[in-house]
Design a protein around this ligand. Structure first.
Ligand code: DGL
Length: 253
């Protein structure tokens, strides 16, 4: 069991932002990354459809052989983490959620802007999450349909992307913002462009490091960590062809 790779799942290439952190803190592990780019975006689909796609893809990964599953997609976590935990009781199942918790700590009663897919923003899980911070902060969510597509195309710094972001974020930036949360795993790949629009002094946070740390903790607790003197391998599989080069570029730079 310990010899199996860690499975990392996303609707596309975004989950590589989490994979990057996993490889950084556990370079000795093997990883099997699966991106369902043929069905992306997930974020504009119904919760039922996202759940159906996620369960089918994770089932495929489990059959191939993985010792843990990291759902490196906020949208899929929101729609499917509960049934996944009910189905896979013998391996760790780790999800990701927008990093609101660290963001509300940046100042006294901060104004926090969360960027995420429509699926995540309108999901019950997110509503529940922000409800818990009502007293401590003013949390506003901004659905960003169309943004993940730039990353899927490998378009991380084009004038069109900057224009798109200015139009999308402009109205929300009219008021003072203390922190921005990237609540979709695709967005860290366009963090530089987002930072330019929101201002260099505004902290822009994401949940990839926390998710990687939680994965390491779960593997440790379950006695599933491998010998740390070895160098692990990464295997990519995407449901649409021709994406491998982009995957490698996003992971290794
Ligand atoms: N990467 C996914 C997330 O973290 C969403 C992208 C999509 O809409 O498929 O929410």
């Amino acid at each position: 069991m310990r010899e199996l790779p860690v499975g990392v799942f996303d609707s596309g290439v975004g989950g590589i932002s989490v994979l990057r952190e996993l490889v950084r803190i556990m370079p000795w592990e093997d990883y099997f990354f699966f991106g369902d780019s043929a069905n992306a975006p997930y974020g504009t689909k119904s919760a039922e459809r996202i759940r159906e796609l996620t369960l089918a893809r994770v089932d495929y990964m489990y059959r191939k052989g993985i010792k843990a599953i990291v759902v490196a997609c906020n949208t899929a976590t929101s729609a499917a983490i509960k049934p996944l935990r009910e189905i896979y009781t013998t391996i760790p199942v780790i999800g990701i959620e927008p990093a609101v918790r660290p963001a509300v700590m940046v100042s006294e009663h901060p104004r926090v802007l969360v960027l995420a897919t429509p699926g995540t923003v309108h999901g019950e899980k997110f509503q529940h999450l922000i409800h818990g911070f009502e007293e401590k902060a003013d949390v506003t969510a901004l659905p960003c349909p169309g943004l993940m597509e730039f990353v899927e195309r490998g378009e991380l710094d084009s004038p069109q992307l900057h224009q798109f972001l200015r139009e999308l974020l402009g109205p929300s930036m009219k008021e003072h913002v203390d922190a921005v949360v990237l609540g979709c795993t695709h967005y860290p790949f366009v963090k530089k462009a987002i930072q330019t629009v929101v201002g260099e002094n505004v902290p822009v946070l994401d949940g990839s490091e926390g998710t990687a740390r939680e994965t390491r903790r779960r593997l440790e607790v379950e006695g599933l960590l491998r010998d740390s003197s070895r160098t692990g391998r990464v295997e990519f599989e995407m449901s649409s062809p021709g994406k491998e080069e982009l995957c490698r570029k996003l992971l290794w730079g």
